[in-house]
Design a protein around this ligand. Structure first.
Ligand code: BG6
Ligand code: MG
Length: 223
């Protein structure tokens, strides 16, 4: 099957917002529980929804809080996170991303955005990329978190494309698993030791061009 569509995760793939999520979670752990939250702990939160991220943080900080307090804590973290991303500019788009997106567009491939974040549209507006995407599916729409393939399958459905012709770009293990669960190819963006389940791993978009993607069907698909 020919590749027709490229689906991009947002946080950690198009822009390095993982650092801002981390700073906000770290502040929450420090101010609310007087606990440290390390960059290593933060790996577990990548690609995970806001509420589930909070649950993981509470486990790490050995805290048990009622559901109504969880909502307040999640809102507080989000308030701080939004303060960071409101200051983001297009300069923070990761290296090689813009050139790659423009290349895909010029070759008439469809481009979709699939993110667990409820702040995805705000962020896309800040980096002035909203109009680049043929379809945007974000945390305000999906009900099942990665590794469930819902967010990616919804992109394929909205664009009227077959999942087998889609390539997903992801920085999270859960996202690679979700792509495969949806019968799509997965390109890992980041560390190949962490993202070893992907069909191909890049450390930056400067390393690939459209030919690398069109050759993907020659690779063995993950079972
Ligand atoms: C994902 C991030 O894209 O979105 C996670 O990788 C984040 O770290 C999740 O928790 C939800 O984001 P938000 O903006 O809705 O809190
Ligand atoms: Mg991500």
């Amino acid at each position: 099957m020919n590749i027709t569509t490229c689906i991009f995760d947002l946080d950690g793939v198009i822009v390095d917002t993982a650092k801002y999520h981390f700073l906000a979670w770290k502040r929450l752990a420090r101010e609310q529980f007087n606990r440290d939250f390390s960059i290593h702990d933060n790996e577990q939160l990548k690609g995970v929804s806001r509420v589930e991220s909070l649950n993981i943080l509470l486990r790490i900080c050995e805290q048990d809080v009622p559901e109504n307090v969880k909502l307040l804590l999640a809102d507080l973290k989000n308030k701080w996170y939004v303060e960071y991303i409101k200051k983001i500019t297009p300069d923070e788009i990761l290296p090689g991303v813009l050139k790659f997106l423009e290349e895909l567009k010029s070759q008439k491939l469809k481009i979709a955005l699939a993110s667990a974040s409820k702040n995805a549209r705000l962020l896309l507006d800040r980096i002035e990329l909203t109009n680049m995407f043929d379809c945007i599916v974000d945390g305000t729409v999906v009900t099942r978190a990665k590794p469930d393939p819902e967010v990616f399958l919804k992109c394929a459905e909205d664009l009227d494309m077959e999942p087998e012709g889609c390539v997903v770009f992801e920085d999270a293990i859960a996202g690679i698993e979700a792509a495969h669960a949806g019968n799509m190819y997965a390109v890992g963006v980041g560390d190949r030791h962490i993202l070893y389940k992907a069909d191909m791993v890049i450390s930056s978009f400067k390393e690939i061009n459209i030919d690398s993607i069109l050759n993907l069907p020659n690779l063995k698909k993950y079972e």
